[in-house]
Design a protein around this ligand. Sequence first.
Ligand SMILES: C[S@@+](CC[C@H](N)C(=O)[O-])C[C@H]1O[C@@H](n2cnc3c(N)ncnc32)[C@H](O)[C@@H]1O
Ligand code: SF4
Length: 431
Amino acid sequence: MSRLVPPPLSLYLHFPWCVRKCPYCDFNSYTLNGQLQETAYLEALERDLETQAPEVAGREVISVFMGGGTPSLFPPSAIDRVLAAARRHLTFASDVEVTMEANPGTIERGRFAEYRAAGVNRVSLGAQSFDTRTLQVLGRIHSPDETRRAAEELHAAGLTNFNLDLMYALPGQDVAAAMADVESALALKPTHLSHYQLTLEPGTVFAAQPPADLPTDDTAAEILAVCGARLAEAGFSQYEVSAYAQPGRQCRHNLNYWTFGDYLGVGAGAHGKITRAGDDLDAFGHGDLAAGAHGDLRAGSHSDLSARTHFRDPGDAIIRTTQSRDPRRYVAAPTATRTPVPEAQRPFEFMLNALRLIDGFEIPTFEERTGLPWETVVPEVEQLLTRKLLEVQGPRLRTTIVGLRFLNNLLLSFLEETPQTTGAFGLSTAI
Ligand SMILES: C[S@@+](CC[C@H](N)C(=O)[O-])C[C@H]1O[C@@H](n2cnc3c(N)ncnc32)[C@H](O)[C@@H]1O
Ligand code: SF4
């Protein structure tokens, strides 16, 4: 008997172009050279939706996230078209959360009202910093005042449920400057704040030529503590490594990722995860389950783990989907590659997400979403409890403050001990 229970379902839609590629960014995003291929890309998104929708037939979509790249490069009519297509092919919950990422440098007057009319009810605005020189070093296309104007537009459009992305430990930044950024962000009255430590991601310009004046680890830790305290005082509680929200304003979409929920991944380079529980043998071709040797984590090959795939029930599976990263290839063939997540890999993948949450998770959630009995991870969990990296809080298991600080090392405990896999993952805590 399968233990897998299908979790809540979300939809991710990727928009891969930006006005200019930022030197720190390793998202699947490209500088827009020439005209936006709007029609061709929208048609590909629609074909992709149509192909993937049968896999989640009968399930409700609780959240939609349009991310990038820069979705706000697309006009409201395009967002309207893609959301209409999604509603045609999928069933949206009556209170579905629909988030769109926006770059303040792309927002013309009146735009947010039109995005709202298209169905957007939450926005994530990439502020990054409110210091003009820092924004220039980060290669951003906007000024602090443009971010302020974009936030005013959001309020004017009635899109008051919005997130601001801020980064910290930025070149030349001290604790006071990081605090000034948090104060500037709070003044714009967001409901949610993402506070990401700048990471030098492999393959980016910053990784090749790191800025000379990066703060030390001690300064970064102090910034995190001081800004976290200020945010708490302002009524924003931290619910994940980098996420702070007012009560009831946590991002439903990201919470679904972090609780190992399901999501359709639509668009160039989009990843998806779909749980298939028990007896509905028609939802996936079994040929798909035999294929593939590649997982969804940022770095490292999982081929060694895939070789050990076995399923309790032939209809019981967790499937990862991946689309071509290159927008041209995607437009030519928007067909996802499917790869099953082997049982041996599921504890690590679950913990990679759930242990980022400040409140952790309950044991039944682990069992329902991995399809595995809790006993599978008891030795590792007991060891981490003894080392005070995990703790029990009522019915929940969560990381301690020290555990959060060393989350990447802690997670290695859930990786299978093989010479090929141990330490082979680039476990970035930035998302
Ligand atoms: C896809 S982008 C957001 C939307 C839009 N493209 C923008 O930049 O305004 C997601 C967020 O990830 C964060 N981010 C990207 N690269 C990062 C890095 N190397 N280190 C830390 N945070 C990063 C930034 O805060 C960024 O706003
Ligand atoms: S941070 Fe945002 S705007 Fe900059 S390259 Fe990445 S996706 Fe594009």
